[in-house]
Design a protein around this ligand. Structure first.
Ligand code: 4NP
Length: 154
């Protein structure tokens, strides 16, 4: 079976989307589902291209056993054909994704908070250190819900 491909997207690709990607990779590993899913993350902006994640994100991913190799990249037109799902973190991400999505897009676009009925994932970039862990835990819960949905749909 072809793996379901999921791209997590935020503004900078240094905080929220790598936290989501780390949580997703970890949960898939724990459930022995690595072959069923392929996860990546990307930015809508070019602010941090080529960097790794925010140092506060590294601390949290390390604490939860969710570290992975990360290089910031920007969303590309080909992502809209390559990925089955593209999940944004807030309405601004969704607007940016709508603006750049090509006519040939086959990906399904959604707010990652859809299983909670919507809303934005708090951006820890602008917050104190503790916020990163809070955001990680929110994203882990959301990713868990998405995994259950995808497995049900498969
Ligand atoms: P992220 O957070 O979108 O969750 O990665 C941000 C990272 C960087 C900036 C804004 C948000 N920035 O303005 O540089």
């Amino acid at each position: 079976m072809k793996p379901l491909k999921v791209l997590f997207v935020c503004l900078g690709n240094i905080c929220r989307s790598p936290l989501a990607e780390g949580a997703a990779r970890k949960l898939a590993r724990e459930l022995s589902l690595e072959g069923r899913f392929a996860f990546d993350s990307a930015a809508t902006s070019d602010y941090h291209l080529g960097e790794g994640y925010d140092p506060r994100v590294r601390v949290v991913l390390e604490k939860y056993g969710a570290l992975f190799d990360h290089n910031v990249r920007q969303v590309e037109a080909s992502d809209f054909r390559e990925y089955d799902w593209i999940l944004g973190m807030d309405e601004e991400n969704m607007r940016d994704l709508e603006l750049i999505h090509p006519a040939s897009s086959t990906a399904r676009l959604a707010l990652i908070t859809e299983p909670w009925g919507g809303g934005r994932v708090t951006d820890p970039y602008y917050q104190d250190d503790w916020a990163c862990e809070q955001t990680y835990l929110e994203l882990e819960d959301l990713v868990n819900r998405w995994l259950a949905r995808w497995l049900e749909e498969a």
